[in-house]
Design a protein around this ligand. Sequence first.
Ligand SMILES: [Zn+2]
Length: 126
Amino acid sequence: MNGTHNPLRNQILEVLEFPRQLVRAELAPKQCPHDIQYDVADPVCLHCLDGPECQWLYATDEVASLSSRSLDELAQALEFAILSVAAQLAHGVHPESKCLCSSCAWLQQADQLHKQAIQSNPDPQL
Ligand SMILES: [Zn+2]
């Protein structure tokens, strides 16, 4: 699994940057003993309400620094990102398909990429 420079993978990594910044900005002001680095061994993390976001942030930090993740794993990370951005949007006023804010624009782009990733994956682990 070396040197697979699939343009779709790179696009997904790029598009994951936006929700990572969102999650980081959301978690940063909170008192985290681990500096927003999810620790599976710490019960504090296991019972933390921000656990899923934090875990995801941590996982995508790894993804960003290496190219050995499968497209399937990237698609899963992207799916989580789409769900959490969509959940954040639900709190505000975002007229469907007319909103031009960066979150809505991102969501459309991410949705497209996610579909492509699912379709181009010959062996989805579902
Ligand atoms: Zn919007």
